[in-house]
Design a protein around this ligand. Structure first.
Ligand SMILES: [Zn+2]
Ligand SMILES: [Zn+2]
Length: 437
């Protein structure tokens, strides 16, 4: 997890995100009596544009104003221009020892992103029902502890564990969206696919309706056109069928870890991977998957593939997932996640945002710097949010995650505390990223 910076810990600054091309008022208030704003204290506020600035500005601020504190808060208005990162500098006109020179970033975004919530999630994880270590409900509570807003358990070939995770918290006031899911392994097909949020199990559909699956996949295979080997044709057709089923049952179909290196080579084959990208039957590509440190080549290749495919001019929706097989003192869990820019924390809105290409994949391995992958514009905004806004959100979630574990442990008071915390994490975000107009 990221550290909360000094300015964010000791100063309440809002909003942190403003609409590009509009006038906005920013407020700054010291917290915990770390500093005191005397009623008539006077401050100089300068705003610098970090990226787009006039060529002849010579590093000068866009604006410099003098403002007085009012009821313990410093407020100033600024005409924000293009979408970019701005740096606000606040210094006292009086005793410098009493007030440090503060610099804090503010971000202006255009209307398509303004007011959307940066929600974090992981939609590929395992429990002890397949090859993971813990129960589904323990995994769900652990997700809240690391700041996630949505999650799904996706055991190998099993849909029921994801329902167990939901049922363990049924009726509880939670802001963590616990979704249904599964990792799908059709017969004679090495491609791994994840269903996120579908209302029915595709694994169970294949098992209970095998003749229908075989017939429909044969039909799809015949329609794929020339240029594929017989084996690849069957595998790609099977994937197309699976993704169609996921989508028709309201889910998001994820093409998982195409550069997974097992035994002597990558799984699936390059021929199958190329055919899947060419047809794009999936809703999202797992650009960052749950690879251990010694497997870093696989994520590097998946990112390279993302750029190669995106350069062909397509929108390639992406997710980052941990594929964790254990949450407690484990590798992978919390290392990789998705940030989605969504109007709400509903499954429909989150799925639509991902399909529309409004998501990035985040890599935050233990002891490493945070990296973000996806469209450049979203990467830049997400880096700002991960540093300036999300750590405070994640702290609220951590407290709720602990209460979820206490609830599982039979603590009857935990539910009342969870009810009291309801809405806090989203309110925290809205105060900083603004309200959708
Ligand atoms: Zn897998
Ligand atoms: Zn998996």
């Amino acid at each position: 997890m990221l550290q909360v910076t000094h300015e964010n810990r000791f100063f309440d600054i809002w909003p942190r995100v403003v609409r590009a091309g509009s006038r906005a008022t920013i407020h700054l208030k010291p917290r915990y009596r770390h500093r005191v704003l005397a009623p008539d204290a006077e401050f100089a506020v300068s705003v610098f544009a970090a990226e787009h600035m006039p060529a002849d500005s010579g590093g000068e601020p866009q604006a410099r104003v003098t403002v007085r504190a009012h009821e313990g808060t410093l407020s100033f208005a600024h005409e924000f221009g293009e979408e970019q990162h701005y740096l606000v500098e606040v210094s006292t006109t009086g005793d410098e020892a009493a007030w440090p020179r503060l610099r804090f970033p503010v971000y202006a975004v255009t209307d398509d992103l303004y007011g959307l919530l940066p929600l974090q999630g992981d939609m590929h994880m395992h429990s002890h029902h397949s090859d993971g270590r813990e129960s589904p409900e323990f995994v769900a509570a652990s997700c809240r502890r690391i700041g996630l807003d949505f999650m799904a358990l996706t055991d190998h070939g099993q849909y029921a564990p994801s329902i167990e995770a939901q049922e363990a918290f049924a009726g509880l006031p939670l802001d963590l969206l616990i979704c249904r899911g599964e990792e799908i392994h059709p017969p004679d097909n090495p491609v791994h696919m994840v269903s996120f949020g579908a209302r029915h199990s595709v694994n169970e559909m294949i098992a209970s309706e095998r003749p229908r699956y075989d017939a429909e996949v044969s039909q799809l295979a015949a329609s794929l056109g020339p240029g594929l080997s017989a084996t690849a044709r069957q595998q790609v057709a099977s994937c197309v069928w699976v993704f169609q089923q996921i989508r028709s049952h309201g889910g998001l179909g994820i093409f998982c870890h195409p550069y997974w290196h097992v035994r002597s080579g990558y799984t699936p084959s390059a021929e199958v991977t190329a055919a899947i990208f060419a047809r794009q039957p999936f809703d999202a590509y797992e650009v960052i998957g749950g690879y251990y440190r010694h497997e870093v080549d696989s994520n590097t290749l998946q990112v390279a593939r993302y750029h190669e495919e995106a350069a062909k001019g397509r929108t390639l929706p992406i997710v980052g997932v941990s594929d964790a097989h254990g949450c407690d003192n484990s590798d992978l869990f919390g290392w990789y996640r998705t940030v989605v820019f969504s109007p709400s924390a509903s499954l429909d809105d989150i799925g639509a945002a991902i399909r529309a290409g409004r998501s990035v994949a985040v890599e935050a391995m233990a002891q490493e710097s945070v990296r973000v992958y996806g469209p450049r514009r979203l990467v830049q905004y997400a880096l700002f949010l991960l540093r300036e806004v999300l750590p405070g959100h994640d702290e609220i979630c951590a407290a709720e995650g602990r209460l979820m574990l206490d609830h599982l442990d039979g603590d009857e008071q935990a539910n009342a505390h969870l009810a009291a915390s309801r809405g806090r994490s989203l309110a925290y975000l809205r105060r900083r990223v603004g309200q959708r107009p």
